[in-house]
Design a protein around this ligand. Sequence first.
Ligand code: HEM
Length: 136
Amino acid sequence: MIQPTLDSLRTFLHILAVCVWLGGQIVLAGVVPKLRKTNPDALSDIAKGFAAIAWPAMILIVFTGAWGLAEIDTADQSSAYMVTFGIKMLLVGTAIIATLIHSTGTSKIAKGLGGAIGLLATLFAAYCGVLLAHVG
Ligand code: HEM
């Protein structure tokens, strides 16, 4: 058996939290339109239920991400790596702000655009993460 390491545990927790935040949004994107037709009253409970696990997941993402960053000697990294990391952080900030607008907004446009931008920014942040870890 390969010996577990703290690094691998940190990466596992980072990916697990991303699965909850990103995977949950993708699943809801499939479920919500159907529910809106068949059982619109259930929507706010679904949203509250997801938010109750999604935001703690985002806290875990940021914690394990910052921990991962602390383990990396940024002076040793290429400018391409640092630019990619900078773009990823911009996308993460956009994802958090857009999702906050989606969850607190009352208008259709705030909910629709906030949700769409939040999901897209998270998708691109995830790809930047893979570039950092596996190409960088
Ligand atoms: C929406 C938010 C985020 C998503 C979707 C995301 C996604 C990912 C993914 C998929 C990986 C690759 C894991 C692997 O295969 O090893 C990764 C790695 C990483 N992420 Fe994130 N991440 C997010 C936020 C953050 C934040 C906020 C930070 C820092 C504060 C961060 C720092 C890192 C670092 C340092 C790595 C490892 C890079 C390396 O191994 O060189 N991430 N991220």
